[in-house]
Design a binder for this molecule. Sequence first.
Ligand code: ATP
Length: 339
Amino acid sequence: MGFRSDMGIDLGTASVLVYIRGKEIVLQEPSVVAIDRNNNKILAVGEEARMMLGRTPGNIVAIRPLRDGVISDFDITEKMLKYFIKKALGSVVFKPRVIVCVPSGVTEVEKRAVIDACNQAGAHKTYLIEEPVAAAIGAGIDLSKPQGSMIIDMGGGTTDVAVLSLGGIVVSKSIKIAGDKFDEAIVRYIRKKYNVMIGLRSAEELKIQIGAAFPEEEEKFVEVRGRNLVTGLPKNLTISSTDMLEALEETVMAIADAVHSVLERTPPELAADISEKGIIMTGGGCLLQGLHKLIAKRTGVPVYIADEAISCVALGTGKALENIDVYSSSLITDERKRY
Ligand SMILES: Nc1ncnc2c1ncn2[C@@H]1O[C@H](COP(=O)(O)OP(=O)(O)OP(=O)(O)O)[C@@H](O)[C@H]1O
């Protein structure tokens, strides 16, 4: 091992990934913290805390401190970051350089606070990187050329659509419609159509198993358990992929429309590059069956899902860390005047 284990962190709404130079991804856990409300003590972080979501007695709350792509609970986010940094570092004694990819919606104050949290958790120096830039680097896009690329990074809370060229963002749009909104749409649809209430976790499972944004040839079915709103009793339902298509229609169209509107604002030369090379999708949300086909149909541009879509941002963050000089124009540090 080298003298310093540099660390890349993808601070996401749904999950946190940590990448250590030379070791790839060492930690991948949900962004959830469980707290005892009586004394404000943290009981569990990550996977252990997620298991407590919706299952906690009165005094214990399981919190997702990042919501809709912004830091909704700063104190908890700071504690969670520190916990993950320490866990990933293990017995390493040297202070790492840390590069954190923050959701696109965070404010300047929050950026400053993330830098402070990492420094307090033992970072030698902390850098921030914008999410679409990290996603593009992770997907293997060469940002050094004056060539247009379009990236759609779709996580749990936000979808970022960005046109990049020469290491920077030329046109972009961030909407608070992503994976989590699919889950909510599924819950609403099942409540309305079947009078049955299912939980968000069941909705997410349905989405991953049979969710669809574009009609598939083969119809799939999955059983789900919920509560009948009339009788109040548990009820089993069989849900089809056609149900999913209907449930998700409005939400996926909003995403396709956002992509379309960014393309409309893209300078012609860059638009020509994009229509030739296609659009690249990253993030867990883009794995929804048929979403790439729907966007391709709406825009007339081919759409590809990046390899290792869920880890692209973390990988890109790690790559940027290994080549800080190359990517320096895309990084934010605490030495910037505005801090
Ligand atoms: N196979 C799949 N099919 C559909 N959706 C999926 C699949 N796998 C993961 N997801 C969804 O991807 C989302 C999480 O993606 P990701 O881990 O990239 O988010 P994040 O980076 O934490 O969030 P954000 O970028 O908004 O901060 C969740 O909504 C999850 O349900």
